[in-house]
Design a binder for this molecule. Structure first.
Ligand code: GTP
Ligand code: MG
Length: 435
């Protein structure tokens, strides 16, 4: 995989389908001028889901589209035919994807188990057909509800790799060499800085256990200010149990190994408190470049000044690798949070309730007096029903006014001081008030 293919953050827009409109149809019967109402309900709009797919390792496929919009529900039809529900959209994401609301930054979900499913946008509910509106006063209701809109939102999807151990350090210290020697990973290795441009994962086997190591691209001092590759990859360290600081103890590039450790630690602290509190060990690599005396002097100094466990290694000769890996194994084992042991959930896709506001409250009708001294009927209740009903249908407007009256319109108008002859606006229409 190259850098262009490793996408670990995307912004997408998701929208549930609109519910289909109910139908206002009448039965057609021979010699009967107009049969009873037989308009069916509209279908619900489709939903948008995210699903954690263990076969994906990046958000690349998700990034190929910006908008994910589920299908609308079909309108209801005559003969009480229910419109078809809109089809869902299922977006496959890699396991470890964190979902945030783009506007608020709120974390909506963490798809950290294979097969996990979350709903990120509900479809709208289908409107009811005229069969539901028959009553003693309206025997032939030419009226049907409209379906409601689906939910829409912008999401940030961030991949946080699932690894038990993260290898961090300056460029060129031997992180990729280490993972290639101790795991099944085969990253590119070369003697120029920033060889590794994307994190690599490798599986390590010790005794009967497997654990996952991540090779994080080289950091440098000032990464949090955007130097080098920056700290964009530190997000992938967040889930691990232990951080292994890889250090070039030979100092062949002219840096002080002790200072290296503290520089990298500072980067972790800048990134988050969480990272700085994780368990750590130091892997002092490239020991083949030092004589024994100098090596033990430097290892002692490193231990004393950092207070950490130090494991001298050479990926070239293989010295010390076993010991370092075994220690990592012990720490990971003790934590009992093994990445490989994540349960596979394979959830079925279940639609929650479609979007449909409950509007029982009388107080959602408000009367506002405008600049001309006219009265305007407004409020959530009024707006919602004006959307739901087709007010251009003959009975649609009648039903609308019935609902408002049932919910205290008259009383509210009087309280607001409306008098005979005043103008009252309802849903864009003007009426003269009669006492
Ligand atoms: N002498 C010696 N050279 C080593 C050792 N480990 C790695 N190297 C060499 O150091 C160079 C860099 O090694 P990498 O494994 O690519 O280093 P890295 O930390 O992954 O570097 P970035 O990906 O750039 O962050 C390569 O030329 C390696 O062959 C070692 O133990 N001894
Ligand atoms: Mg590397």
């Amino acid at each position: 995989m190259n850098k262009a293919d490793f996408i670990d953050r995307v912004v997408i827009y998701v929208k549930g389908g609109k519910g289909g409109d109910g139908s206002a149809s009448f039965r057609h019967e021979k010699y009967v001028p107009k049969g009873g109402p037989d308009g069916g309900d509209g279908g619900d709009g489709g939903f948008v889901f995210l699903r954690a797919n263990p076969e994906l390792s990046t958000l690349l496929t998700v990034s190929e589209k910006k908008k994910y919009i589920a299908q609308n529900g079909e309108n209801g039809k005559g003969a009480k035919k229910h419109g078809k529900n809109g089809e869902d959209v299922i977006i496959d994401v890699p396991v470890g994807t964190v979902v945030k609301d783009f506007e608020t930054g709120e974390i909506l979900a963490d798809l950290d188990k294979p097969g996990m499913v979350v709903c990120v946008a509900r479809g709208g509910k289908g409107g009811r057909g005229n069969v539901h509106f028959k009553s003693s006063t309206m025997r032939a209701p030419k009226i049907a509800e409209r379906g409601s809109e689906g939910e829409e939102r912008k999401l940030v999807l961030e991949l946080k790799l699932l690894a038990d151990v993260a290898l961090v350090g300056y460029p060129n210290v031997g992180k990729s060499s280490f993972i290639s020697k101790v795991s099944n990973a085969k990253p590119k290795i070369a003697s120029y800085p920033f060889t590794t441009l994307i994190p690599n994962l490798g599986v390590v086997k010790v005794e009967n256990m497997q654990f996952v190591i991540a090779d994080i691209p080289g950091l440098i001092k000032g990464a949090h200010e955007g130097a080098g590759l920056g700290n964009i990859f530190l997000r992938h360290v967040e889930r691990c149990t232990v951080i292994a600081h890889v250090i070039d103890i030979s100092g062949m590039e002219g840096r002080d190994p002790v200072q290296d450790y503290f520089d990298i630690r500072k980067e972790l602290e800048f990134f988050s408190k969480d990272l700085s509190e994780k368990e750590e060990i130091i892997i002092a690599n490239k020991i083949d470049l030092l004589d024994d005396e100098e090596l033990s002097r430097r290892v002692e100094e490193l231990k004393r000044k950092t207070g950490k466990e130090v494991f001298p290694t050479s990926t070239l000769t293989g010295q010390g690798l076993k010991e370092a890996v075994y220690r990592l194994y012990e720490i990971v084992k003790k934590s009992k949070k093994l990445i490989e042991d994540r349960e596979v959930v394979n959830e079925t896709i279940k639609r929650p309730k479609p979007v449909w506001k409950n509007l029982p409250e009388r107080f959602m009708i408000e009367i506002i007096k405008d600049e001309d001294g006219d009265f305007v009927v407004s409020g959530t209740y009024v707006e919602e029903w004006a959307k739901r009903l087709n007010l251009n249908q003959k009975d649609g407007f009648r039903k609308f006014m019935d609902l408002l009256n049932k919910n205290g319109l008259e009383e509210k108008l009087r309280k607001a001081g409306v008098k005979d002859g005043d103008t009252v606006w309802v849903a864009g229409r003007a009426f003269e008030y009669k006492e």
